[in-house]
Design a protein around this ligand. Sequence first.
Ligand SMILES: [Zn+2]
Length: 371
Amino acid sequence: MPFALGTARARIGKIVYGVYPLIEHPTGGTETIPVVLARGRKDGPCCWLTAGIHGNEHSGLQVLHELLTPALLRELRGTLCVLPALNPAGLRITARAAYYPGGDPNRLWPSGQPAPKPDLDRPPPSALERAYARLFEEIRGGADALVDLHNAWIGSVSFVFRDRVLYRKDGKGAWSQAGAERLSARLGEMCAAYGHAVVNEYPAKKYLGEKLQRSTSGAALNTARIPALTMELGGGEMPDPAIKRAAQAGIRNILRWQGLLSGPREAIGGIPAIDPGFPCRRRSVARVDGPAVVTHLKEPGERVKKGEPLVLLRDIWGRPLKPRILTSEYDGWIVGRSHGIVYYPGTAAYVMAIRDDEPLVAPYPKSYFKA
Ligand SMILES: [Zn+2]
């Protein structure tokens, strides 16, 4: 049975184009997402490459357009399922979310939990959530690995978010602790193949609290048990050429790791190579506790030692505040700076990668699968 998605039917040795129906507009007409299927002449695994679930993050779209070349198709074994614009409504208006109900689209994929009892005082799942649930069954049935492309902050480093793999204490096979460890080990290989900096997602409890198991890669990994990563390709609305090239080389390396391409691994160049020698996770740091104009003293990619100055604080007239400087509480490196320099209280000046001593696999809470 050849692979098909929406109106696109994969054909041996061809790149084919189609659409997947997403939602019906109340004004008439259907929202569709573009689908590109590339099938090699030889059989092999299937990799899904997705982008644009956040409509103001444009690098992934172009990374995928430029990745799919006749030369890549000639070498390909198996199938690439490419969805370059998962949230067309957000893309139209350069906004993170769609302009119809649903909230952050990257928190709408199935959680694996039983459906909650209907609550008459709350709306049922939105049209977009239901559409992604339907599309998710195609991922579950058809993908052997998934790469989801995003952007982070202006000037931020190209990096990968590596999710924790959760397991059921009473789980069998892929859902057992041993199964989760096998899946996490494959995820580690996939990160190594990509070759960009790696930042582990929040520890399990916070990960679930932030609904990150319902992100595109989080759901593919934790609900469908497929190796999946979120790539962050620098700032959002203007693709960085060096990061695009490094992402394309990294994705081809993932396809080699998976067996869709052959040949030696490509070197990843043109972006900062960051390896502090210890695993890192994300943390927002240098939070101002009053209104402040902030001078960032560190650049994305810079190593930071505990106690080093991170930001200088002034009031709007230019007078030094107390404290004048915020220093780092952690060893690690700077992933990116928050947008802007004029902060309300509570704003963090950077996202940093700090030492991660938390386990990469962890059990779901007991109550997670209770209806
Ligand atoms: Zn994003």
